[in-house]
Design a protein around this ligand. Structure first.
Ligand SMILES: [Zn+2]
Length: 328
């Protein structure tokens, strides 16, 4: 049996504030094996890297593959919580305190002996949903992750728009309230400071919902009709609607796709979000786009990261892989 380039699988990594995931993804975007580990909450740079390496090894082992096998492409695609520096290959995720300017691309490349392509985690969601999910057939899409933090990434004209440093679309740290709460990034009233799962649950606890341990718990209470939980989702949805209406109006988008844990809340988030969006998107061209949940759900980040290996020409024309990864 021979394996051609077009049949090889890719090793993909999804780095978030709550979990590190690694997966083996085939050329059709199917996740053949995956390993998820909890992000060490107070881990230093090396503890975090060790956890990531264990996730990668777990995924390879579950798939029965190693780098060097003909069935595995000799490269790693990484979607990381932002911000990042595409040129330097470093990451400084807002919610992963142990990594500030961490040389993730070179460290992974050295550890596994293959080049590494780095993108934002919400860029990965945008690409995955454009490739195989809710945004198929839409050339102009904002993908978002609403989870521990809030991230965003753009597919414009069918291609990834990286921006100057790889952070284009990072809507989570756009301010939606000049009088709002301080944000972990140093800003004021950032979308993330209001609408992330962490912020949403903290607000609900502050209002007296004692069992609001996380956004999923608030969502359960909201579905049972708890007024504080419903208000927490309305508040987050209003901030999201405001920010998204600004992005759609600025960029003339066709669709907004939201992944991440908070998006799995379903109607308690998306119903008030549709109302807020309609309130803030006034111009005709900005009224039509819809805001929908990611169809690929928890796998969108891995599938989008795998696209760095499987579909570079489609989404990143002009990137050329060298020894350390794609360079612009
Ligand atoms: Zn911020």
């Amino acid at each position: 049996v021979t394996t051609t380039d077009s049949e090889r699988s890719a090793l993909a990594v999804d780095i978030g504030g709550t979990k590190f995931a690694a997966g083996v993804v085939d050329p059709r975007g199917r996740v053949l094996a995956a390993e998820r580990v909890r992000t060490p909450p107070d881990g230093d740079a090396e503890e975090l890297f060790a956890a990531l390496v264990s996730a990668v090894q777990g995924a390879l082992s579950a798939a029965g593959l190693t780098f060097g096998d003909a069935a595995l492409a000799p490269a790693i695609g990484v979607g990381t919580a932002a911000p990042m520096d595409l040129t330097a290959g470093t990451v400084s995720p807002v919610n992963i305190f142990g990594w500030r300017g961490f040389p993730l691309r070179d460290r992974l490349s050295d550890r596994f002996g293959v080049p590494v392509g780095l993108i934002g985690d919400a860029v990965a969601v945008a690409v995955a949903e454009h490739w195989l999910g809710a945004a198929r057939g839409h050339a102009n899409v904002l993908g978002m992750v609403v989870s521990t933090g809030v991230g965003g990434g753009l597919v414009l004209g069918g291609r990834v728009m990286p921006g100057a440093t790889g952070n284009a679309g990072h809507i989570g740290h756009a301010s939606v309230d000049p009088n709002g709460p301080g944000c972990v990034c140093g800003g004021i009233g950032c979308l993330e400071a209001i609408a992330s799962g962490t912020s949403l649950a903290a607000w609900a606890r502050g209002q007296g919902l004692a069992d609001a341990v996380d956004a999923a718990a608030v969502a359960r209470s909201a579905r049972e009709g708890d007024p504080i939980a419903l208000a927490a989702f309305r508040r987050a949805a209003d901030a999201l609607g405001l920010a998204i209406a600004g992005a759609v109006t600025t960029l003339d988008l066709e669709l907004v796709v939201i992944g991440g844990g908070v998006a799995q809340a379903g109607a308690v988030l998306f119903d008030p979000l549709a109302q807020a969006y309609a309130r803030y998107a006034a111009l005709g061209f900005a009224r039509a786009p819809r805001v929908v949940p990611a169809r690929l759900a928890a796998s969108a980040g891995l599938i989008g990261a795998a696209a760095v290996v499987h579909r570079p020409d489609a989404y990143w024309p002009g990137w050329e892989w060298d020894a350390s990864g794609p360079a612009r």
